[in-house]
Design a protein around this ligand. Structure first.
Ligand code: MSP
Length: 474
């Protein structure tokens, strides 16, 4: 049985998740569900990135104990994921000493054994927002432009990872397709960075300067640095470094790791270098999506344009949110969402589109007692190919083309009239419509699992819905 291992980034629990975070996770969920339905042995990992100063700062700013603060936010993450029908197999928390720490320690030791760690003294500018050192030329008016904060000047001893050593090897693996980066634009972006060369990077910080973090094996005066710790979650969660490494044996390397474009360098350069140094296989594909803006602007509290996925779920239901993210945001480019664009897409394609179609067809089927004959879904309509290329937008467009096709058929054949003049013919047309609807439900299942189930149930019971599947919103 083929296996499929898919991961999302682990989220910083320093605020609740917005629609951009929900996007990554929903795309991963649709792919995981598709593979499960296909019979693949699937493992879907998500989680939270907790050993960071920014979490400690956020907890302090609201006067809370860090652990309680983390537990509360992580429980909000999990509530949102449950509401959004995210079918993850594991939620890894990097503060989990039993499940995460051993993997980090083992990976560190392997990298050290390869001679790729070296203690150096270092001075530079540190941005807490990025959780990394940044350079003078990244600053605008002395501040980090992404976080609008003046970085701290640090002078300290760090363990350095000899990242530069792996530049050529990573380039080769990307070029040969062994480590696939999608889409092409992101592949080119990282190749250009590799052409400019990679610099060695800090992998630890003095223990007395940071409040959280895993102690460096054999050097308790240092703590393992945020990104080295965080990236390791993808294998620590599978039991790497623990006694029972059976999940690791079964599922690593990942089939696809999904990330947003801002963390490309960490995943397309640092992470593969760590794996190469430790003698571990690289993930097969890195899928890099764009950023979701709202009304063309970066979402921010001060602009008041942050879209809260929980609010949308409460107003429109999870299925509608999943629909929008899959079909109205491309996985390969930046996308946009506003409350208005969401409502418009909902009314046009769910209330008037799919929901209306289900009511019309199933009303005719119930009234005329027409059972569906199961037709085979045309296997080459491009749906599977689109999903194999992670193009969820094209795959869902194809479903809506089928929906439009069924609408047209009703228009053209007018079965509601035909049934009065030629009962047999009328019933045959309705039967074909029900079969078409059943195909739609089948393809919808990874995207909108509850709607697919509901349609299949109505077809089985030969009933029209008691109430509209997607009531119109004004
Ligand atoms: N903790 C790190 C990831 C470590 S992975 C080993 C992190 N966390 S994050 O919470 O800031 O971001 C998590 C993911 O959400 C990233 O993939 C990021 O690209 C994505 N997004 C954050 N804002 C986004 C949008 N506005 N739009 C789409 N995705 C966005 O980075």
């Amino acid at each position: 049985m083929p296996k499929f291992y898919i991961t999302t980034p682990i989220f910083y629990p320093n605020a609740n998740l917005h629609i951009g975070h929900a996007y990554t996770t929903t795309v991963a969920d649709i792919l995981a569900r598709y593979h499960r339905l296909n019979g693949d042995k699937t493992y879907f990992l998500t989680g939270s990135d907790e050993n960071t100063e920014k979490v400690v700062r956020s907890a302090k700013s609201v006067g809370e104990d860090t652990k309680k603060y983390l537990d509360d936010i992580v429980s909000n993450f999990k509530d949102l994921f449950a509401k959004l029908e995210i079918s993850y197999d594991q939620f890894i928390r990097t503060s989990d000493e039993e499940n995460h720490y051993p993997g980090v320690i083992e990976l560190w030791k392997r990298i050290a054994d390869s001679g790729d760690l070296e203690k150096r003294s270092y001075s530079g500018l540190y941005c807490v927002g990025h959780e990394s050192f940044i350079t003078e030329k990244d600053l605008v008016d002395g501040k980090c432009p992404d976080h609008n904060e003046t970085p701290q000047f640090l002078e300290e001893e760090n363990w350095f990872f000899k990242l530069s050593k792996y530049t050529e090897l990573i380039k080769e693996k990307i070029k040969s397709g062994e480590f696939r980066i999608m889409p092409e634009t992101r592949r080119n972006e990282i190749l250009a960075q590799l052409d400019r060369g990679l610099e060695d990077i800090s992998f630890s910080r003095p223990a007395n300067k940071v409040s959280v973090g895993i102690p460096v094996p054999g050097d308790p005066s240092q703590k393992i640095y945020v990104w080295c710790d965080a990236l390791t979650n993808y294998i620590s969660a599978l039991g790497f470094g623990r006694k029972d490494g059976s999940l690791f044996k079964e599922f690593w390397p990942a089939d696809v790791q999904i990330i947003g474009k801002d963390i490309l360098r960490f995943h397309a350069a640092i992470w593969p270098a760590m794996l190469l140094s430790a003698g571990l296989p690289l993930p097969k594909t890195l899928l890099v999506h764009g950023f979701i803006t709202s009304g063309g602007k970066k979402m921010s509290k001060s602009l008041g344009n942050v879209i809260d996925p929980m609010e949308l779920v409460e107003e429109y239901g999870a299925e509608a949110v999943r629909y929008f993210l899959a079909r109205h945001i491309s996985p390969f480019e930046d996308g946009d969402i506003t409350r208005e664009s969401f409502k418009e897409a909902y009314n046009a394609n769910l209330a008037n589109g799919l929901g209306n179609l289900v009511s019309r067809i199933m009303k005719m089927a119930e009234q005329n007692q027409v059972k569906s004959k199961k037709l085979k879904v045309e296997s080459d309509n491009g749906y599977d190919k689109a999903i194999s290329e992670y193009d969820l937008k094209t795959a869902s467009d194809l479903i809506w083309q089928m929906i439009a096709g069924l609408d047209e058929k009703i228009q053209k054949d007018q079965p509601f009239k035909l049934i009065k003049t030629d009962k047999e013919k009328g019933k045959a047309v309705i039967g074909e419509l029900v079969s078409g609807l059943s195909n739609v439900a089948e393809l919808l299942a990874p995207f909108m699992p509850e709607t697919a189930k509901e349609i299949q149930k109505l077809i089985k019971e030969n009933k029209m819905p008691g109430k509209p599947l997607f009531p119109r919103k004004d």
